[in-house]
Design a protein around this ligand. Structure first.
Ligand SMILES: NC(=O)c1ccc[n+]([C@@H]2O[C@H](COP(=O)([O-])OP(=O)(O)OC[C@H]3O[C@@H](n4cnc5c(N)ncnc54)[C@H](O)[C@@H]3O)[C@@H](O)[C@H]2O)c1
Length: 265
């Protein structure tokens, strides 16, 4: 019997094998969960995105794989209607999605455009509210949701720029959603993960410096893996954390506890 035997849930944010969402999916699958994936829709009749996600889904036996652009309320509503049809109820939801236009994250926050800010906040923050609202009625027996944050939402990190503003908002969103959903016995938490090379993180300027600083300065003296993120999410999504909600759990080798001087080695 695995930790998730008999449990069903949705993971939003798998794009390839490097995705944090994939590490989470692998752990939950190994613990017996039945999973469904959403992915960013393909444009112009292409199928590249769907094929990429299928490459992760197939080895895990995930047959429910459907597009859902989280900037569209209609797509969110259609997606969760399909979830209800296939799964009936669900026990957990993973939101592992962020986006900012490159020109607005690669510049000083001072120079970020109004439209870029709107887009980044919409996809990286508001989408968690939107999907939580759409998914909540499907949690007939209660359950848990998790989103993914980064330390740049707590303290200023060179190169993280406007995404740090989004993560600060996402972490506060996590706490308010925990309040709103607590009486329905739905817990809402976030994992604040250390830096990992992925498609999304390649948009962050000086990312390799962030990786080096993490490995040099964290008490554990190394970078982290997507499977370690998966294990932490497994804890937050399972009954093991039954009295924990509104929490931001660091999975960063202890990097966040260091002073600025310590971080600089
Ligand atoms: N990689 C890191 O260093 C790191 C560290 C801490 C937190 N995070 C967070 O983890 C989460 C996942 O990122 P990742 O690093 O695994 O990268 P990733 O590129 O593998 O995942 C990002 C996902 O967001 C999806 N997405 C973007 N816009 C979307 C939209 N409009 N609708 C639906 N999906 C959309 C992408 O398709 C992709 O699946 C993000 O919130 C990221 O900020 C990443």
């Amino acid at each position: 019997m695995g930790l998730f035997s008999g449990k069903k849930g949705i993971i939003m944010g798998v794009v390839n094998d490097f995705s944090l969402a994939t590490g989470i999916a692998k752990f939950l699958h190994a613990e017996g969960a039945q999973l469904g994936f959403s992915h960013l829709p393909d444009q112009d009749g292409k199928t590249r995105m769907a094929q990429r996600v299928q490459r992760v889904a197939e080895p895990l036996g995930v047959s429910f794989v459907k597009p859902c652009d989280v900037s569209s309320d209609q797509q969110i509503s259609e997606f969760f209607a399909a979830v209800q049809e296939s799964f009936g109820h669900i026990d957990f939801l993973v939101h592992s999605i962020a986006f900012a236009p490159l020109e607005d994250i690669r510049c000083p926050t001072l120079e970020a455009s109004r439209q870029g800010f709107h887009t980044a906040m919409d996809i990286s923050v508001y989408s968690f509210i939107a999907v939580a609202r759409a998914a909540a009625p499907l949690f007939e027996k209660g359950g848990a949701m998790v989103t993914l944050s980064y330390f740049g939402g707590e303290k200023v990190v060179h190169g993280y720029n406007m995404m740090g503003v989004c993560k600060a908002a996402l972490e506060m969103t996590t706490r308010y959603l925990a309040l709103d959903l607590g009486r329905k016995n739905i817990r809402v938490n976030a994992v604040s993960a250390g830096p990992i090379k992925t498609l999304a993180s390649s948009a962050v300027g000086e990312f390799s410096k962030m990786l080096d600083l993490q490995a040099d300065s964290a008490p554990l003296g190394r970078n982290i893996t997507t499977l370690e993120v998966g294990k932490a999410c497994g804890y937050l999504l399972s009954d093991l954390s039954s009295a924990t909600t509104g929490e931001i759990m660091h999975v960063d080798g202890g990097f966040n506890i260091m002073s600025a001087v310590g971080r600089n080695g």
